[in-house]
Structures are given as C-alpha cells and as structure tokens.
Design a protein. Structure first.
Length: 353
C-alpha cells in the first residue's frame, strides 16, 4: 500500500510511505490503532531543536501506531508507536548549534571511564621546535601527561597540565600554552607538581585529566563561562600544520544526555572502537565507529519519551573548521554525521497501548 507524501507535522515529513500487511482498529476511547507487518518511509526529514536529520530509507517491522483524534481538527495525532525493529540506512545529521540549557549532571559520559587507546599527532614546524611527533596514550579514561611522548630532532619536549593551561615545555625550558583555562576549577584535572626529584624544569609530575569529568564540564559550561580555549593565535595556526590518527575503545556504560542516551556494551568483544584521522586537523577531523553496540536506548521525540532495546550502528562524523572555530570556541566547529546503518530492537515511543 502506498500513500502520497504526508505534510510536515511535528517537525517530520516524508516523500513516500509504503505499508505491507496493514490493519486498522478503532479504539473505545476514540483512538485509532494501525498495525503493519512493515512500514517503509523514504526521504524522511526530521527537524529537531539543534539538528536536521535526513533519512533516505527508514523501515519499521512489526509496527503498531496509535493515533488520537484532534478535538478541533479532522485529523489524528500520533500518541504512541511500537516496533519490533527499526532500521535506518544512509541518514545524514547536521548540527545547527551546540545543545544548550544543559544543567550540571545532564550529560552522561560513563563510557569514558574505561576509555582505552592511543592518539598520534604530528606537527610540522612546531613553534617550539622543528616538527613534533606526539604519542598520547589513554588508559582507563585517564590522560596521564607523564606518559605523553613528544619526539623531534634533539632532546624531547614534554606536555603537562598546570592551573593555567595544558602546555608544552621545550628542551630549553620555554613553555608554550596550548589550551588556556578560563575557570577557577577544572573538573577532572590533577595539576602538575614540583618537588624532590626535579626534572630540568622543576616539575616532578606532569599531571593528568580524567576525561569523563573534563568532557562533561566542557559541554555543560555556559557560552560566556567556558572552561577554557585555545591559548593563542599561534596555536590556532598550528592546527593547519597538524596531522592526527589513532584508535580509542569506548567502555561500557551510558553516553549522551539524561534524556537521550545509549547504554554501550561490548568493549570486551572489541565493539565500540573509534578511529580518528585528520590529514589537516584544522580543516577536517573524521571519526569512524564501525560497530557501535548498545543494549538499551532512551530518547525523547516530539515531546514524548521513548526507549528501545539492542542497538547496532555504523557511524561516521566529520568536524570541520577547527582552526577557524578555535578563535571563538572549539564547540563552534561544524559537525556532521552519517549513519550508514542503524538498527534498533523493541522500540516504544509514547503510549502505543
């Protein structure tokens, strides 16, 4: 069964809808329930507060949709949906702005507590010394600057975190601030210490960052009270001379917000790996997640709460304009996502009855 394209309503529109095995059941309360073996929607466009989503093909199997009559209009409002499975192919998502109005505790990045992996950064003609090859290991969600290696011709440099900034110390003891803090406290940070067993700069411990607390604080900070930002124009320009690659493995646990999050699962089985590549970091960073896996999902859509069971997906994100955005806020860079494939099981939205 095919229908003509429905009009946009509640921020969603579709060019084409095909239903197989459909049956309609009137409810005693005046509602209407539609059952379908499969529902296929093509060229779906979804307008959200902070993003636009375009889905070439969306398929629901074992679907039940419940509509309530509008008291003043000859139409029906979707008040609930249930599906055995929802499958999406080739969806494109473009953020129209950083999510705002998030209170402390609204972001959930529990999956960062067991983040593992390593990043490699190569900077041509670095300001502090010619060419720098930097290895940044992440262990149990923690970036320990004592284990960061900065190699180049001659003696190595060192990275660390002070109360003022994340910095680079060159062999001649000259310090270059990379990311300068603007807040009196920095969640997740353990600052450098000085004491017995000095290095040549008098620093005995370069400090560390617990990434979960740091990332949540960066995202929750009001636009006019940022945790910090790129330290100088020279560092902004340096992003256009920087290559990056690496792999990170997300831990199990929630990632998202209190209203919209997935409970990731499968780190022990090699799932939820993140590949990062950038030939010019200041222009484009590509993030690939070939096998995103979770055992439950929570979300809100059109003012109604929803949940689902197992999730599997293949996702690619692109961050562009980092060197330009650094002059203002890194969060202002362009972010676009492609969902090559996504499947959700046991999906419920609103009150399907």
């Amino acid at each position: 069964m095919a229908s003509s394209p429905p009009p946009a309503a509640g921020g969603i529109s579709s060019k084409d809808l095909i239903a197989a095995g459909i049956a309609l059941e009137p409810g005693a309360d005046g509602s209407l329930r539609a059952r379908a073996d499969t529902l296929t929607l093509r060229q779906v466009r979804l307008q959200l507060a902070a993003a636009t989503v375009v889905v070439p093909k969306l398929v629901l199997t074992g679907a039940v949709l419940r509509f309530g009559a509008q008291p003043t209009q000859p139409s029906f409002e979707l008040i609930g949906l249930r599906a055995d499975e929802v499958h999406i192919e080739g969806a494109e998502l473009a953020l129209s702005g950083r999510p705002g109005g998030m209170a402390p505790g609204d972001w959930r990045f529990d999956a960062l507590e067991r983040l593992e992996g390593e990043l490699r950064v190569f900077i041509r003609d670095a300001a502090w010394v010619v060419d720098a090859d930097i290895s940044i290991p992440v262990r149990a969600g923690r970036l320990d600057f004592d284990h960061v290696v900065v190699e180049h011709l001659g003696p190595n440099s060192a990275m660390g975190i002070s109360r003022n900034s994340i910095y680079m110390d060159a062999p001649n003891h000259a310090r270059t601030d990379l990311f300068r803090f603007g807040a009196p406290t920095v969640p997740g940070a353990v600052f450098e210490t000085r004491g017995a067993g000095f290095t040549g700069t008098g620093v005995s411990d370069r400090g560390s960052i617990e990434l979960k607390a740091f990332v949540e604080a960066m995202l929750e900070a009001p636009a006019d009270q940022q945790v910090g930002g790129v330290a100088s124009r020279e560092v902004e320009v340096m992003l256009d001379r920087t290559k990056l690659d690496g792999e990170l493995r997300l831990g199990d646990g929630a990632i998202g917000t209190a209203q919209h999050h997935v409970e990731l699962a499968g780190q022990a089985q090699g799932r939820n790996r993140i590949g990062l590549t950038a030939s010019v970091l200041g222009q484009r960073l590509v993030v690939r997640i070939p096998e995103l896996a979770g055992d439950s999902v929570r979300f809100e859509l059109f003012g109604r709460s929803g949940h689902a069971g197992a999730l599997s997906a293949n996702i690619e994100l692109q961050l562009t304009g980092l060197s330009r955005a650094a002059a203002q806020r890194l969060a202002d860079s362009g972010i676009a996502a492609t969902v090559n494939r996504l499947s959700l099981r046991d999906v419920v939205l609103g009150e399907p009855g």
